[in-house]
Design a binder for this molecule. Sequence first.
Ligand SMILES: Cc1cc2nc3c(=O)[nH]c(=O)nc-3n(C[C@H](O)[C@H](O)[C@H](O)COP(=O)(O)OP(=O)(O)OC[C@H]3O[C@@H](n4cnc5c(N)ncnc54)[C@H](O)[C@@H]3O)c2cc1C
Length: 506
Amino acid sequence: MRTDRQNPSVIIIGAGMTGIQLVIKLREAGITDITVLEKKESMGGTWRENTYPGVACDVPSHAYTYSFELNPEWSNYFPGGDEIYQYFEKVFYKYGVNYCTRFNEKVTSCVFDEQTQRWTVTTEKGEVLQADLLFSATGILHEPVIPDFPGLDRFAGKMFHTARWDNDYDMGGKKVSVIGVGSSAVQLIPEIIDTPGTKVTVFQRTPQWIVSLKDRVFTEKDKERFRRQPWRMKWIRELSLFSYRQNTAALTGDSLFNKIMHRIMARIARKNLESSVRDPLLRAKLTPDYKFGCKRVVINSTFYEAIQKPNAQLVTEGIDHFTEQGIVTSDGVHHQFDVIVLATGFNPAAFMRPMTFLGREGLSINEAWERKIQAYRSICLPGFPNFFLMLGPNSPIGNYSVIEMSELQSDYAIKLVKHWQKGQINTIEASLEAMQRWCAMLKHNMKKTVWTSGCQSWYLDADGDALAWPDNWNNWVEAMREPNLNDFLAESSEAVIREEVLSDAA
Ligand SMILES: Cc1cc2nc3c(=O)[nH]c(=O)nc-3n(C[C@H](O)[C@H](O)[C@H](O)COP(=O)(O)OP(=O)(O)OC[C@H]3O[C@@H](n4cnc5c(N)ncnc54)[C@H](O)[C@@H]3O)c2cc1C
């Protein structure tokens, strides 16, 4: 069957925040033949997977909300994961996204057929579906990193990653180890320390810069005002986004403004540490030796107080190996535990993988990305026509609302679809040359970011380039505003050749 451009069939992989808003926006644009394939038994992505105690948003709630579905019911500024999950669930059913979603359908393979110009999508259960347009909305922080410490498998106690929390396990009275002090860890550690009878040992490889932001509870009166006067929510939203954008300016660019913002933010973080941690030895251990913002800034107001409690211990010696009873550190000390929590983060470079993903002429995504993970404007991949990688490489994954960036990308993708429907482009596929130009711009701007100032971080690839957007938010908005059709394939004769992509990847 050939493509009916006026009524294209769409497959979206993933029913998280991104998949949900994509369905809503595509339908608004008149595209209704949509199937969402979700590997798990419910929607919600991140907020379904991460149920550890203390999990919460670190972006103010009214800014972590779809622009088209403001929520007067948020209980506070930094709501917990449960409440965020419920918000997405409400939107999911309100907009009938459930009608086109198939749960327990893990996509294992996507193959582009040159003849029909369609994608064949296969799930783990053996279902085979076809689509004219394919969207990957599989998330950025989805594949947990399990570190390869020697002997990890030997540990005989309980062990799990923060994203695989065992809610039936009672931490009370247990000797607990938490490995890592990143964003999830600092939310979780105070909760475990406050669980009666626990003794908590935190293994820190690198200290974090932490900025403390005050939470605020919204009273019934506040909520009533939000319901009656939605402009109040919009006001808080805009104000929050504005102030978060200023913080982002501290991380990128080399203008005087960028430098001043960096200095201000660095001072705020240092003051937070100095005023929160009394013991100079502990403070020294918690003081980063790299520039503010080089690793993703942690937003938290409970960790410093918690780590000073009598049942808490911070270990900075490296982990040498695991034993049946616990962990031996590089100084030879054997730490014994009942339970070990791996707060070791996620692989941000996994994207839709592991998956068989083949574009033109059998070009696989692993081949195309062999040397470097890259995409045109984070979303289009030469050699993979009519495919959109949502929140792809170099999306602005700093400290900002991911919903904002995801919505902007959807709007951009839909504009491209409209041009394709009108026949203004042959396939929705950026040329290799356009991607190279884009990546050269990224590389140039990357040098001006604090991420490349010499620390180890999950942002960085093997070349030392960050996977994040190396510029200010306004320029991302500009990049997403209107597709430049000259960058896309106008004729089928211009099709991106496998060999070209492979030589670029070599
Ligand atoms: C602990 C934690 C806290 C966070 N806090 C914030 C925050 O405060 N502010 C913020 O802006 N962002 C935050 N984020 C980032 C967060 O991931 C995004 O805000 C947002 O949830 C991403 O939505 P998504 O739909 O793009 O991806 P996800 O929420 O990851 O959803 C992806 C979906 O795709 C499905 N999927 C994956 N592979 C397949 C497959 N092969 N087949 C079928 N389905 C598949 C998954 O099961 C999942 O449901 C946080 C992330 C984590 C992990």
